[in-house]
Design a protein around this ligand. Sequence first.
Ligand code: GAR
Length: 217
Amino acid sequence: MPCNTVILISGSGSNLQAFIDSAQSGRLDATISAVISNRPAAQGLERARDAGISTAAVDHTAYSNRDDFDAALREVIDGYQPDLVILAGFMRILGADFVRHYRGRMLNIHPSLLPKYPGLHTHQRAIDAGDTEAGATVHFVTEELDGGPPVIHARVPIEAGDGAELLAARVLEQEHRIYPLAAQWYAQGRLILNGNRAELDGEALPATGFPFNGTSD
Ligand code: GAR
């Protein structure tokens, strides 16, 4: 049975597109049963509709507090009974109850080499710090913001003269490779969250996640 997957987005949805393409080409054994956005105008919803995937918007501005928003979002997600929930550029902080409900079956991608630079403006912060490399990390979602156990990371060089936008584009290319791969490991039952550690094939993953080197085996 393909892994029943719900994807949450807020924006352009290029990671979502990578999931759609991977599922269509057979590299990802998943059925994307819905794409849900907190922004009704998110471009990613268009991508989902183009691929014939159900969409929903749960507009956070319509809720006066986080708990109500989380409850509404959870109800929509659970209507699809997903095996896996993917945060793909979903830019709302989720409350502890919500996160606990999906513990072990919710992944996020963050555009930095975690634990460096949780939060926003990761690329500018890496450039300002004089770092020579940046990257992205897929991790299980726990109550700690961008702090759950890493699954896989990819590194990219920071070149002299790079601006945040150029660097973001370079990192995104890698995001599109590592995120569907992590989901495929999950779909195959190879990737689990065991207590507070991510395990692949029964072995604890390194503290910063599996170092992606360009191949997907
Ligand atoms: C991606 O770079 C993703 O890593 C980042 O938002 C972008 C979404 O792009 N996520 C976060 O910053 C989460 N904290 P996309 O909509 O084109 O996939």
